[in-house]
Ligand binder design. Structure first.
Ligand code: ADP
Length: 246
């Protein structure tokens, strides 16, 4: 295993499960110290210390994450904004609670945390990676709030890249396609329409893994990506490319 991140520090949100867990583990395996943040304490038992249990949508969450980061690290080399929730509903079926919940975690909490972390991110050579989504890039049925939140996150990524380059902070995103989680596996098994829309139209005919996405996140954090900022890397087995072509 390469050790590209020896001596580096990272914060990974949503680090207890799925993409966040794979990212935290991989960063640690490559030498980084990682502060793993999640609202699910049971999930955090899967990952090495230090950890912080917190609901990132809480008003005091940014201050508490900053405090924990300052306790453990001098500065933060990498901030991976991964925590997120799904909201598989058309707008007509999305009540205020669902809209506030999805937007609150997927975009508002990311903006507040990133803003408050900025003074503590290493400059030059700090980086931020946002976990966006293919559903933030193109239209897809029945996922209004989620798609809106992830589209906003993609645009925040580009916007921050413009603002922060002068400080030597790179800001990129990944756009995962269908990634193998229990919820997705259940939907693939039970919903023929979804299977057709997502798997049978993916040129690389399989579901992605959290490790597939972690690999892209680590690349964007690495020295090999020194001239890359404001980029959204699709990690989707070609799903978006094939939609553009068809
Ligand atoms: P993915 O496929 O993106 O990995 P998961 O649902 O498995 O999807 O992972 C998202 C992670 O984010 C979970 O570990 C979840 O507990 C975490 N998370 C979601 N919302 C919040 C929140 N408000 N505060 C902290 N962690 C959160």
């Amino acid at each position: 295993m390469e050790r590209r991140f020896q001596g580096k520090t990272a914060i990974v949100t949503g680090a207890g499960n799925g993409i966040g867990l794979a990212t935290a583990r991989r960063l640690q395996a490559e030498g980084a110290e990682v502060l793993s943040v999640d609202w699910n304490t049971d999930y955090l038992a899967n990952v090495a210390d230090p950890t912080l249990t917190i609901d990132l949508a809480d008003d005091d969450a940014p201050a508490r994450v900053v405090e924990a980061a300052r306790t453990h690290f001098k500065t933060v080399d990498m901030l991976v904004n991964n925590a997120g929730v799904a909201g598989p509903k058309a707008l007509a079926e999305s009540d205020d609670e669902l809209i506030d919940h999805v937007m609150g975690i997927n975009i508002r909490a990311v903006m507040r945390l990133t803003r408050d972390m900025l003074p503590h991110i290493t400059r030059p050579d700090g980086c931020i990676v946002n976990v966006c989504s293919v559903f933030g890039e193109v239209g897809f049925p029945n996922t209004a709030a989620y798609a809106a939140s992830k589209g906003a996150l993609s645009q925040l990524t580009r916007q921050l890249a413009s603002d922060l380059s002068a400080d030597g902070i790179r800001v990129n995103g990944v756009a995962p396609g269908v990634i193998n989680t229990p919820i997705v596996a259940e939907r693939i098994a039970s919903d023929a329409w979804y299977r057709r829309a997502m798997i049978e139209t993916t040129p690389i005919r399989r579901v992605g893994t959290p490790e597939d996405v972690a690999g892209g996140i680590l690349f964007l954090c690495s020295n090999d990506a020194q001239f890359i900022t404001g980029h959204i890397l699709n990690i989707d087995g070609g799903w978006l490319a094939a939609r553009v072509a068809s």
